[in-house]
Design a protein around this ligand. Structure first.
Ligand SMILES: O=P(O)(O)OC[C@H]1O[C@](O)(COP(=O)(O)O)[C@@H](O)[C@@H]1O
Length: 393
């Protein structure tokens, strides 16, 4: 028997006859499904959650809560505030009233873009930044937050044990076409040896930690589903937002990126500006003449979190060979996630997590993906695009 919601057949798994087992007997031989009011979302969810196969689903808060020695109470609290901020951003990017909400929020914070061109902060980025900052602040667990949207890191509290780095809303220039966007974040320990320094200095130096010092990193993808993917240093796990309960539910525990993929992801309109090595690599794999004898396919959304998420799940490479993406806010957190899933993050020559940042907004060529694909790419002489004409789109 199938049931339908909004005309879709079986949008959630149909429970077995006699389901749910604990209350099935009440129906004296008649399947309870026939007697339940399936138009009630709460009932449907409760029934499905109680069905075999759903018992193991843990929420993010259960995952980071007591019993997860790797996380600890203070980090769990910080993560709970960040995930709440991301739910607010998810609601904002999907809202039909987005423009009005943003206009109001911009008026409230008194913000006005001071830059022009591609790098100018867009109102949505500014609002997303405010949302993250306010949650990080109210967690009471952050000493400093450095954001791609701010010129300098913001010192929050001398007592905060953690440092947060973030790109609050990547890909937002595509938002009007409803293309997926994402939030990226990384968390470091505050460095107590810097406590004696003036505020600006310790804010800066705490935020310039090498990626191999990350204690956690994650992203939230705002797409057909809202997915929060996180690592605390042993495994990468993804949680899907259940809009009925408002909880992130563990759907992809211990993600392992395939050792090889068959997809490369790059803006290949830039082909003629690429160095010879990168052109050769792409020409080789798209013809199926690389180490893996299959013809690779191209996928490019032009939204880093979405391109990265697909790569994590299907394997292959997501890359931007020019000095465009930022080491602190994007490359390090995503490299931490891909390494913890068995993949690799590279600037074409070096492991990203071993690069010592010297500037907060430092940019680099970025290659993320399956171990064997990135190794093969690195074997080509020159894959970093040094010539970087200011592209308009
Ligand atoms: O123009 P390119 O080189 O394809 O760069 C696209 C990349 O830039 C981004 O839009 C980020 O750039 P911004 O920080 O300027 O928004 C990514 O989401 C995307 O992967």
């Amino acid at each position: 028997m199938q049931f339908s919601i909004l005309g879709l057949q079986n949008p959630i798994p149909t429970p077995a006859v006699g389901f749910p087992p604990s209350i099935g007997n009440l129906s004296s031989g008649v399947s309870l499904r026939h007697r339940m009011n399936w138009s009630s979302p709460a009932l449907r969810t409760a029934a499905v959650m109680a069905s075999p196969g759903f018992e193991g689903h843990r929420t993010l808060m259960e995952f980071v809560g007591k019993g997860n020695a790797e996380v600890g109470d203070e980090l769990a609290l910080l993560v709970s505030h960040i995930q709440y901020a991301c739910k607010r951003i998810a609601a904002l990017v999907a809202s039909p009233f987005r423009s009005e909400l943003i206009a109001k929020a911009m008026a409230d914070v008194g913000a006005g873009p001071s830059l022009s061109g591609r790098d100018a902060p867009k109102p949505l980025d500014v609002v997303a930044n405010e949302i993250i900052l306010s949650s990080v602040h109210s967690s009471g667990k952050a000493a400093v937050m450095a954001s791609e949207e701010d010129d300098a890191p913001i010192w929050i509290s001398d007592d905060g044990p953690f440092v947060v780095v973030t790109d609050p809303l990547d890909g937002s220039r595509n938002i009007d076409a409803s293309i997926p966007t994402g939030t990226i974040f990384g968390i470091y320990n505050r460095l107590p040896e810097l406590d004696h320094l003036p505020m600006d200095e310790k804010a800066q130096l705490n935020s310039l930690q090498c990626g191999n010092k990350l204690v956690a990193s994650g992203y939230v993808l705002y797409s057909s589903a809202t997915i929060l993917c996180i690592s605390f240093g042993s495994g990468t796990h993804a949680f899907t937002l259940d809009h009925q309960t408002g909880e992130f539910v563990l759907t992809h525990p211990c993600i392992q990126i395939p050792r090889r993929g068959q997809i490369y992801s790059v803006n290949d309109a830039r082909y003629f500006d690429w160095p010879e090595g990168l052109r050769q690599y792409i020409d080789t794999v798209r013809q199926g003449k690389g180490q893996f004898p299959k013809k690779y396919s191209a996928r490019y959304i032009c939204s880093l979190v979405a391109d990265f998420h697909r790569t994590l799940i299907y394997g292959g490479l997501a890359m931007n060979p020019r000095d465009h993406l930022r080491l602190v806010y994007e490359a390090n957190p995503l490299s931490f996630l891909v390494e913890n899933a068995g993949g690799k993050g590279s600037d074409g020559k070096h492991r990203v997590l071993s690069i010592q940042p010297v500037k907060l907004h430092q940019r680099l060529p970025l290659f993320l993906g399956s171990l064997e694909d990135i190794n093969e790419l690195e074997s080509y002489d020159s894959v970093q695009q040094k010539f970087n004409p200011g592209y308009e789109v």
